[in-house]
Design a protein around this ligand. Structure first.
Ligand code: PCA
Length: 216
């Protein structure tokens, strides 16, 4: 029996022509990976709007797992995000500056959620396939964090549904315009996300009936 994994990617932003997260999500759309059928959704780069889009998609598709993808230009490796925070600013960069305009994403909701993904198992699978990867302690406070937070919040009463977020580097063509920036080919990123989904599927199958998913 196939289960559905919802995979979100973002539209291009910041003057880019593509966003590797959407390129990977759409490449995998419809594929069945270890019994998980991929349903890709394309999200807007706006914290409030992406949170609503993710929440609607979780309600509509009732997925067995959620994996958000986003572009983290400047990072050299596939980043497996561990934490999503209930804070947003509609500005990329990660620094809370003197304007201090960060706001609560969902009023009354917890300050943070931890990813509910087998992060260490995914990390091992990626390294075994010689793909640079690491676990990241911040998804920032922009639209990617908002997507991850919204998914974990929407699924808070469904602890057996895996949910989390992966940041991807620039793809090689994007980095050609900034030769000092690290990059990765779309093909390798696609392989990485496929491996992550296979690992999530394996863990979900093993989990079956074992109850609450432990944080990794
Ligand atoms: N990256 C941004 C938002 C959309 C995207 O692909 C982020 O890291 O928040």
């Amino acid at each position: 029996m196939t289960s559905l994994i919802l995979v979100s990617g973002f539209e291009p932003f910041g003057g880019e022509r593509i966003n590797p997260s959407w390129e990977v999500a759409r490449a995998l759309d419809g594929e069945v990976i270890e019994g998980f059928a991929v349903k890709a959704i394309r999200a807007p780069v706006n914290c409030v709007r992406v949170a609503a889009r993710v929440n609607d998609a979780v309600e509509r598709f009732r997925p067995r797992a959620f994996l958000g993808l986003g572009q983290a230009g400047g990072r050299a490796a596939i980043s497996l995000e561990r934490v999503a925070i209930n804070l947003f600013q509609n500005r990329n960069g990660g620094h809370l500056d003197t304007r201090d305009d960060a706001r609560t994403l969902i009023d009354g909701a917890p300050d943070a959620y931890f990813a509910r993904l087998p992060l260490h198992a995914i990390l091992k699978a990626l390294r075994r396939h010689r793909i640079p990867a690491s676990i990241s302690l911040t998804a920032g406070a922009y639209a990617c964090n908002a997507a991850m937070y919204a998914a974990l919040h929407a699924l808070r009463r469904k602890p057996d549904v895996a949910a989390g977020f992966i940041h991807l580097p620039y793809d090689a063509a994007q980095a050609a315009r900034r030769p000092a920036s690290p990059s990765m080919s779309l093909e390798v990123m696609e392989r990485a996300v496929r491996l992550a989904i296979a690992t999530i599927a394996g863990e979900t199958a093993a989990q079956g009936g074992r109850g609450r998913r432990a944080p990794t």
